[in-house]
Design a protein around this ligand. Structure first.
Ligand SMILES: [Fe+2]
Length: 264
């Protein structure tokens, strides 16, 4: 177990971050293992969700109604999303999910956050981009989701690969999926829900957990006239210390060693 207190802090109380018991963490982890995704309904309360919606609308408006993405610490800094990502109750929860899933202590790493706002034709181009995340645990918090027409559902092949022991093996996996032929193949499979693909309709305020590193995933298209916004919280980079990764420079904007998150 890590040093981040499991006790509910003032920050957690202000943000109304739910206190998830160890039993529930174990149950959620099993659910991820068996079905691919676990859901915590209404993880974020209506007031916080309304504030997040407002932030998203301002970002998209400021970008001429087109696709906008905020990644990493610098771009998320001083936003409500940073406060949620830094809430001790949430961090502690992510660490426990990692530890249950991997069977060992959580690494001393920070969380890596992304805010994705799909809108306009540039947002449409983000659909069906199949990939593996670089982090073991992915928590997806939908903020604005279209209610009809093209709703941009999450499509995934759950737990499709193991956590690789080397960064090179991970890189080869990624190269095998990041090409036109493979992407087209996965798109066909995802559309007909074949080859192990499953689809999840996501609801704002709920928290969706899955093994992002192990699961091939993407979003379906959504109506370019409306916004689809999701906050992503990633934790647990298995290759953070890889010399090859450092050499290729792919670790620059990723999670960093975080003394505050050091395991006990
Ligand atoms: Fe992802």
């Amino acid at each position: 177990m890590n040093e981040i207190s499991s006790a509910v802090t003032e920050v957690d109380q202000v943000l109304k971050i739910p206190d998830i018991s160890d039993n529930d963490v174990a149950r959620l982890t099993q659910e991820i293992e068996h079905t691919g995704v676990a859901v915590i309904p209404s993880y974020i309360d209506d007031t916080t969700l309304a504030q997040l919606r407002q932030i998203v609308v301002e970002i998209v408006d400021g970008n001429g109604g087109e696709y906008a993405v905020l990644t990493g610490k610098a771009e998320i800094a001083d936003t409500l999303l940073e406060r949620i990502g830094a809430a001790p109750g949430f961090l502690n929860f992510m660490h426990r999910v990692y530890e249950n899933g991997r069977g060992h202590a959580a690494p001393s790493q920070s969380m890596y956050q992304v805010l994705r706002c799909l809108s306009g034709t540039s947002g449409l181009r983000q659909a069906y981009f199949f990939h593996y995340d670089s982090y073991v645990v992915t928590a997806l918090l939908p903020i604005i989701i279209p209610q009809e027409g093209l709703t941009g559902d999450l499509v995934m092949k759950p737990n499709h690969r193991r956590v690789r022991t080397t960064y090179l093996a991970n890189l080869i996996d990624k190269m095998l999926v990041d090409n036109q032929f493979a992407q087209k193949h996965f798109r066909c499979q995802a559309k007909s829900l074949q080859g192990g693909f499953t689809k999840v309709r996501i609801v704002p305020g709920n928290l969706y957990l899955f093994w992002g590193y192990r699961s091939l995933h993407a979003n379906e298209p959504c109506d370019p006239k409306v916004i689809r916004a999701t906050a992503l919280f990633h934790f647990g980079d298995p290759h953070a210390d890889s010399w090859l990764r450092k050499l290729t420079g792919r670790a620059k904007v990723r999670a960093t060693a975080d003394p505050a998150a050091a395991p006990a």
